[in-house]
Design a protein around this ligand. Sequence first.
Ligand code: ADP
Ligand code: MG
Length: 729
Amino acid sequence: MSLSRFNAIDTIQNRSELDIEYVESPSEPIASFYGENVFTDATMKAHLDEKSYLSVKAAVQTGAKLTRETADAVAKSMMVWAQAKGVTHYTHWFQPLTGKTAEKHDSFFTLTPDGKVIEEFAGDALVQQEPDGSSFPGGGMRSTFEARGYTAWDPSSPAFILEVGEGKTLCIPTVFTTWNGEAMDYKLPLLKSQSFLEKAAIPVCQLFDKNITKVSTTLGWEQEYFVMDEALYNARPDLLMTGRTLIGKHAPKGQQLEDHYFGAIPERVYAYMRDLETECHKLSIPVRTRHNEVAPCQFEIAPMFEEVNVAVDHNTLLMDLMDRVARRHKLRVLLHEKPFAGVNGSGKHNNWSMGTNTGKNLLSPGKEPGKNLQFLTFFVNTIRAVHEHADLLRATIATANNDHRLGANEAPPAIISAYLGESLDKLLNDIEKSGKSDVAGVKETLSLLSRLPDLEKDSTDRNRTSPFAFTGNKFEIRAVGSSQNCAGPMTVMNTIMGAQLLKFKEEVDKNIASGKEQSEAILSVIVKYIKESKKTRFEGNGYSQEWRDEAAKRGLSNFSTTPPALKAMLSRKTTELYTKSGIFTKKEIHAHYDVQLHNYITSLQIESRTLGEMCTNLVIPAGIRYQTAVADNILKLKQLGMPETAYAAQLQILKALSEAINGTAQGVLKMTQARRAANELEGEAAAEAYCNTVRTEMDAIRIFADRLEYLVQDSSWPLPKYREMFFLR
Ligand code: ADP
Ligand code: MG
């Protein structure tokens, strides 16, 4: 009998160069193909009459409505441009709450009433579509008989061409709503939150600079991922079904030596990265950074930051491209937050800041942050906002996958705290004490060796253990999961910051009205906020037990699992925040909550079923096979009249095998019962049952199954082992 594990290993060892589509690095400079598949501003300008072009720009910049004629003109120009590139179909591209992207392709080709074939793309088709929305999660916003969902063009994110194999499709970024305009996607709330923040931020900016008339949030994501050969991936039902290994004994060597981090990128992965980068650049995704991550076979890709809406689209598009390009290379990308136990999981750091039309980064401290009242205003307000809504920020990153990562190996804790870095932490403490802001924190230089140039010391050190860290000129939200859509956390950041800035402005105005001079009026609110938000600041080691104890003393929340974490979405505070700011209606809040709960339940259900099958069909049979061999051996030795000492070791092995087989089998039974019971429940109760019973049983099974992997002879173990998945390529 040949086991699929060994077939997979053979396949990898015999992979020829021909088998893998190595793509030659483009010899032309990146500038010559950058954005070639995007209907960029310049492309639009070149393809459109001036009047239509200006109306589209106005629509993007001021939210002005587009006329039917303009929409027709834009649609036509998009079609002409796309057809010249061999595109035959178009699709409204959107981001439903499944966390994946969705598309439904329609052809440009159509028949006129008299049977003539024409190619057409009218303004109507560009502006609005009605995909059959019934199979997308809507959390009870629509009963299935009113299954209509609408996608509506988002002109602020450019259309692009997706090449899949030989086919090329024009993709129109859209929002996805119900008939009543309720958001069924990530994008509509994000767009609303962006304009909410902007409206709140401009008056605050104008306290300092009247020329500031536009503020937008910027996002630079860093995407972590694992890569492995597809043959090994296909031999693991758990990876295929759930994206993570549900069982698997730790490899003797994991990440202890930290020799993978920033080490040389393996050649095969390097080829993959180069190919992926080329695809990204054609689509104007400005990826710049690639490196190894801490765990074996873990990597990271990061772009230059962009305006948040475009950055979110680019990240979702990237996740899609990563998978497609990997398949060309006979590789698989794992975007799961915790594909392997015992080594690091993957996150998606969201670097968040705000930029103005005057080219200023509002979180840039400058040379003397202590004298920079504008910086202090935005900096302290961010901390105050996170302090106020830490639970909501935690809720937005709560998923079944991320539960495995938060608080585990070198992952941020589930406790939300903010890290500022030594000098800014000290600065705020000084301001708090003195009530003055001219305590200058001048940038220091770091002299290494006289023959090396002086390095400018960042005003913050690094703290990899914080979920929310200030890193020089932006906040880095490190707890976001690698497979998540960034729009969730970005919507929360924009909304809480917007609400915070409104409050700030109100308090400053009050101070001014009571006779305070402006800078004094601002400073006294800043001092107040520094005091109020102090308990959310933490500079130490977030991975330590001491921090958990300390956080509990401070009264900070620590939700280690999804069901309790999600509840913050429904709290009175959140409801007030969202309804006042107009980001979500009450109905939408509940619907989005239901979808998150449903996603949680479903993913645990699939995991539990997969684990049951794997144990019953693969793990236990492997144990029994080896058990039989050992028992036969003992019987034979006995028959030969050997003394008991001759098979003492075998008896011990047999006993250990029996215990592990029994433990696994009983665990599966218990887990199945727990799952059946959970399935009888609904909503929150079901989620809690999955969390507290099914998940616990799954963990218990793993201990026995991993023990079997250790005990059973290597040649009869059917599943690729951690060492193979980590190191074979
Ligand atoms: P590290 O891994 O050290 O955190 P990286 O260079 O990998 O640093 O990532 C930093 C990310 O922060 C990049 O995506 C970068 O574009 C982004 N970034 C830099 N400045 C800003 C800003 N003002 N707003 C948002 N993101 C930013
Ligand atoms: Mg980072």
